[in-house]
Write a new protein. Structure first.
Length: 255
């Protein structure tokens, strides 16, 4: 695995690095620390980068890269150029706070970066992802599950597929979809559950379900036409992340 770790030298960047090291401790992984500096402060920030690495309490070695430019675009480009398998970065503060530069970066990355992305919140306390809630509208579910399953297999994790059902629709409307989903998943991965969950809205349904199930990770799959597309509006993304202990995993379907 090649893991790209964008950092801004904050304590939450350190949390994200430690989370990555916990997820992928086995030999053969490459960890790439990346920092996007302002052109006028590039040299000073390179020194700060070295100081940040020195504070990490680990024997793990890191590759390091720096760049100048728009942070979100540089992270996306770096992920492609380094052939990263996943990007893991920290989130602190409110996404819509104008002072939170990394919050703006995350909002710009959501739905735009091709590489799978994990966002680790400030108050997260490390837990291996043994239970993953995968929120889906069931569009292209057979294709989407391939990426989720590849990730889950690394941790022998349960995938709990959550489908939000509008309150005005009756549960039996989804009986056929549920049977089809069970047929699809039966031979793909044994640790999959499916729950249609009635709610007034997508955000509210995810919120309520997460409170009931205590997952270790919340996963989404973003592609054109997906009903969850609106989640990646900056304001709504903050609402999804209201459980500030819960990392979010985002996959994006190639257009």
């Amino acid at each position: 695995m090649r893991i790209l770790l964008p950092v801004d030298f904050s304590s939450n960047s350190r949390v994200a690095v430690y989370y990555a090291l916990e997820l992928f401790p086995q030999e053969g992984n490459t960890f790439i620390l990346f920092h996007c500096a302002k052109p006028e402060t590039e040299e000073a920030e390179k020194k700060q980068f070295d100081e940040f690495i020195a504070t990490l309490s680990t024997d793990q070695t890191f590759e390091t890269l720096t760049a100048t430019g728009v942070t979100a675009e540089e992270i996306k480009l770096c992920a492609l150029e380094t052939r990263a398998d996943i990007v893991i970065l920290g989130r602190h503060g409110k996404l819509n706070n104008p002072e939170n530069v990394f919050g703006k970066t995350i909002s710009a990355l959501m739905g735009n970066i091709e590489t799978p992305l994990i966002v680790v919140p400030e108050a997260h306390r490390s837990n291996m992802p043994r239970k993953i809630i995968y929120a889906s509208d069931l569009t292209n579910i057979n294709e989407e599950l391939k990426g989720i399953i590849r990730f889950a297999k690394r941790f022998d994790a349960l995938i709990h597929i959550l489908h939000i059902v509008p309150e005005e629709l009756e549960d039996q409307t989804f009986d056929e979809e549920q049977r089809n989903l069970q047929m699809i998943t039966r031979n793909l991965y044994p640790k999959i559950k499916f729950t249609p969950f009635t709610s007034t809205g997508i955000i509210e349904g995810i919120d309520e379900f997460v409170k009931c199930e205590y997952p270790d990770l919340l996963a989404f799959y973003k592609h054109p036409g997906n009903l969850l597309q609106t989640l990646w509006d900056m304001a709504l993304a903050e609402k999804v992340s209201m459980h500030n202990h819960l990392p979010v995993l985002l996959f994006r379907k190639e257009e």
